[in-house]
Design a protein around this ligand. Sequence first.
Ligand code: SAH
Length: 347
Amino acid sequence: MEKTKIIELLQLRGEERNVLFGEASKVKDEIVGRKVYFRGLVEISNICSKDCLYCGIRKSNDKVIRYNASDEEILSACRFAWENGFGSVVLQSGELTSPAFVRRVDYILKQIKKLSGNELGITLSCGEQTRETLRRWFDSGAHRYLLRIETSNNDLYNKIHPKTKKHSFEKRIEALNLLRDEGYQLGTGVMIGLPFQTVEDLADDLLFFKKMDIDMCGMGPYIEHKHTPLFEYGNLLKPKHERFDLALNMIAVLRLLMPDINIAATTALQAIDTAGREKALTVGANVIMPNLTPCKYRKDYLLYEGKPNLDEDAGFNNYIKTLAEYTGNKIGYNEWGDSLHFQKNKK
Ligand code: SAH
């Protein structure tokens, strides 16, 4: 698909957009099946050494109460996932590289494998790490990794990150290559509707995913957070519903571009539209990440304002039923739901 064609598709509205959605949905059904896989999301710590200008849990935000969920809390959330037929969990955190953190994640990975008799699949989303760390975690049971490039435009990347070595675009790309090298299923993604971002940038993002030959993608609308430096550029933002619409178009076009990858229906979609994730599942997404973080920590993992699901998931099982009915998807109970793209590449 040419860039001009992608730009055109990203801007579709109304009936024409429904045609795009219909095609994406058809491709999904044919290639990865009319199915949705669950990953129980456990936000294990909000302590972060980075200072990304958009992120609510950035190091310099001293209004955040920092936490480290205990091993028992994390493992009991994972046990819940396993007992309820989720095939996998995602462990996410702020970015730390200390030996203590590396050791701790390693220990938790081994314990998750143990408690589930090796049945739970594990995705990590803990930022940029060294080759040694990635290898160690892989050996202990992690097999998928999410590390968003945030934007594939180097200039824009520099506008939304501090100008330090720790936050360099080149390092981010290198980190993605390391993940691939070390055998992980590679997941990346971008924020949609950032200040200074154009539709051309978004088209380039999709082409970047294709070029990087990724296995999984998680992308969602950018949502401003009062206590971050990027908040200052609120006047440059599209209205939230437009960012949301653009995110759905991005998902649909990506499904056409990369029919056999896993695409997540992300939480940020739900922050704008209560049925946002379900809508995404009808236009090409096939993975959902219900939040299993212990409730007492959820309000402290506020990447952006208005992040949903801060209270107890009352009626969770009802939600699952509604989800299946609303989207017409089967639920991949007890399945890892690995990226088909990855499996094909391995052969
Ligand atoms: N520290 C890890 C993961 C935690 S942040 C890492 O760097 O990968 C997970 C994702 O949340 C980020 O990659 C970013 O894309 C998203 N995010 C952060 N702030 C956001 C905001 N204000 N609006 C929307 N998404 C945001």
